[in-house]
Design a protein around this ligand. Structure first.
Ligand code: FMN
Length: 325
């Protein structure tokens, strides 16, 4: 059976997974205002899902991990991203992704967080290629969903020539490459020159795996240029979505009016408050900073909004601006 990956346009544009940003509150807004060709959930611990659901018997409605993998139909195609260093846990996560109705499952092999790396997960897998392959196989065997991988170009230094062929031998449907090493974190610019090489490695291997480039792309126009220059099948955009759910519509950010931004922010606050179990409103402040910026009175309004602790209070402050909302 054809997976959704094979039906995507070329090039296609993906929303990057971002913990506490591209959550179940923000994703529906992104799908509504400018829909990417494919969305990813934030990463979720497969071990955590297993332990909370199967051992501690936490009810799904009360489980924050299950909240993070909720999605609505308008977000399709949507991929659930999981992390673990254990094949059995990846298998559990992949099976659950299928039960929950996801279109695909993605294994995180790029996260630099120490607590995740200690579990031999995330970027640590770049140092344990055999385990990385086992995880891909475990996911493929556990569910019929297409399996993808999101990774980096190396750990201490760039090792594309070894790492990409190894991943390709596991026949994932797609590989998204954040074009930095683990060591580089986000401190140096993403090296898009490497994407061309990654695509050539795929072509040389005669593989059908789709190659997705990621890092520092600010809008769709730039994404198109990057895809054309590198030959990437798709481009994944992350931080550019901050405060700009119109990103994938192609509308220039400079053309979005303050009123539009505030209406979207109020809608996001409303979605955020409906999350169950709830998240602290403090997590929402980053959205306020990102949305309320770019016009003369924004700084003052932002200061006022920083004190609000509910969607209702936020809407009241927004209404009081006198803007034609
Ligand atoms: C706040 C934040 C949270 C992130 N969470 C995840 C995550 O859950 N899974 C993942 O694979 N990458 C995660 N990333 C990395 C992004 O997916 C992406 O690879 C990185 O931001 C580079 O792309 P960009 O320059 O377009 O933002 C996160 C990045 C940020 C800024």
């Amino acid at each position: 059976m054809q997976s959704f990956w094979e039906k995507l346009p070329k090039p296609f544009f993906a929303l990057a997974p971002m913990a506490d940003v591209t959550d179940a509150a923000f994703r529906p807004l992104i799908a509504k205002y400018g829909k990417p060709d494919v969305l990813f959930t934030e990463f979720v611990s497969a071990d955590g899902l297993f332990h909370t659901r199967e051992r501690a018997k936490v009810k799904d409605e009360e489980n924050p991990l299950m909240r993070d993998v909720k999605f609505s139909e308008i977000e399709r195609p949507i991929v659930m991203q999981i992390f673990s260093g254990k094949p059995a846990m990846i298998a559990y996560g992949a099976k659950l992704a299928q039960e929950l109705g996801f279109d695909g499952v993605d294994i995180n092999m790029g996260c630099p967080d120490r607590t995740i790396e200690k579990q031999s997960a995330g970027a640590a897998l770049i140092k344990h290629p055999e385990l990385a392959l086992e995880l891909i196989r475990a996911a493929q065997e556990a569910s019929p969903l297409p399996v993808s991988v999101k990774t980096r170009v190396g750990y201490h230094y760039e090792i594309l020539d070894e790492w990409i062929p190894l991943l390709l031998s596991g026949e994932p449907s797609a590989i998204a490459i954040h074009l930095r090493t683990r060591k580089e974190m986000s401190s140096v610019p993403a090296d898009w020159g490497l994407m061309k090489r990654a695509v050539a490695l795929r072509d040389r291997a005669g593989s059908k795996t789709l190659m997705i480039g990621n890092g520092d792309v600010k809008d769709l126009e730039e994404a198109r240029v990057k895809a054309a220059e590198s030959g990437a099948d798709g481009v994944m955009l992350g931080r550019a979505i901050f405060g700009n759910p119109w990103l994938f519509s192609g509308r220039p950010a400079s053309g979005i009016t303050p009123a539009e931004k505030l209406v979207a922010l109020a809608e996001l606050a409303h979605n955020f408050e409906k999350l169950s179990p709830p998240k602290s409103f403090a997590t929402f402040k980053k959205h306020i900073k990102a949305f309320v910026s770019g016009w003369p009175e924004a700084a003052e309004l932002r200061t006022r909004l920083m004190d609000v602790t509910s969607a209702e209070a936020l809407s009241a402050v927004v209404q009081a601006t006198g803007l034609d909302l």
